[in-house]
Write a protein that binds this ligand. Structure first.
Ligand code: ARG
Length: 269
């Protein structure tokens, strides 16, 4: 009993000390978590940016079996972040909700194989291009389709509001009911496998990856010269010049030091 009582002041001291330490820690992390829009955090803390994506787009962005967001786009953003000394946290937002999420500041920017288009540039800002892509046509091996024009009277599935959707609308007409616009690219491909569509149109990297991983589905990919080159950019809320500058600085660096090529396997002209 006596011994216990004598130890009491020491215990009290320890509690006080840990309160002080804990207090400091909390203060620090509160500060780090505070998001002042468009401003780099001051005072030597690492700025953390929230990055939105649609993780249904392997090999560019997808969920691995343990629930991590992974892919070429993700590696690119991590490399950029490392070059400019910021932290990044990825959020799987989905394709259509991604655009309002950038607008309303839920995320600081988006990476999602997003093609820089004039229409999108009216509403968002984009970084310099970091990747080149093209649309391709996915069909069953025994399909009679050989070129894009052959899709005119076919049922075509696409991911909604993508550049693939746009090119198909260009050929079939905006309101043609033969266009099946799915929420994700895998769902668009499924529509074709189910027989609801004759063909799917989408970005080359993703369609080719699907072909490679699903030899049993007996599909083939058709390229067509009428498809224009597309350039992917990181998408930022309009007017957020600070983030654009920061990301462009990182892109410039990973282009120069070869990291971008290391990740993608090719140069972006
Ligand atoms: N590149 C196309 C576009 O910008 C498709 C991108 C879709 N990306 C995705 N993660 N689902 O419209």
């Amino acid at each position: 009993m006596k011994k216990g009582r004598r130890l009491w002041p020491l215990g009290f001291l320890l509690v006080c000390l840990s309160l002080v330490l804990f207090g400091c820690g909390t203060g620090g992390s509160e500060n780090a978590g505070k998001k002042e829009e468009g401003t780099a955090s001051e005072g030597g803390e690492t700025k953390k940016l929230i990055v939105g994506t649609d993780a249904t787009y392997a090999p560019m962005e997808s969920m691995d079996s343990s629930g991590n967001i992974v892919g070429i786009d993700i590696d690119i953003v991590k490399a950029i972040a490392e070059e400019v000394g910021v932290e990044v946290e990825f959020k799987n937002i989905g394709w259509e909700p991604l655009f309002p999420a950038v607008k309303n500041g839920e995320v600081d920017f988006a990476v999602s194989s997003i093609t820089i288009t004039d229409d999108r540039k009216k509403e968002f800002d984009f970084t310099e291009p970091y990747y080149i892509a093209k649309q391709v046509i996915l069909v069953p091996e025994d399909s009679d389709i050989t070129k894009f024009k052959d899709l005119k009277d076919k049922k075509v599935s696409v991911q909604i509001n993508t550049t693939g959707h746009e090119v198909v609308k260009g050929l079939l007409g905006n309101t043609n009911s033969n266009i099946i616009a799915a929420e994700t690219m895998p769902l668009a491909i499924e529509e074709m496998l189910n027989g609801n569509a004759d063909t799917s149109v989408g970005d080359n990297s993703v369609v080719n990856e699907y072909l490679k991983n699903n030899p049993d589905k007996k599909l083939k990919v058709i390229e067509d010269d009428s498809f224009e080159k597309e350039y992917y950019g990181l998408m930022v809320k309009k007017g957020n010049q600070e983030i654009i500058d920061l990301l462009n600085e990182g892109i410039e660096k990973i282009k120069e030091n070869g990291k971008l090529k290391e990740i993608t396997g090719f140069d972006v002209e």
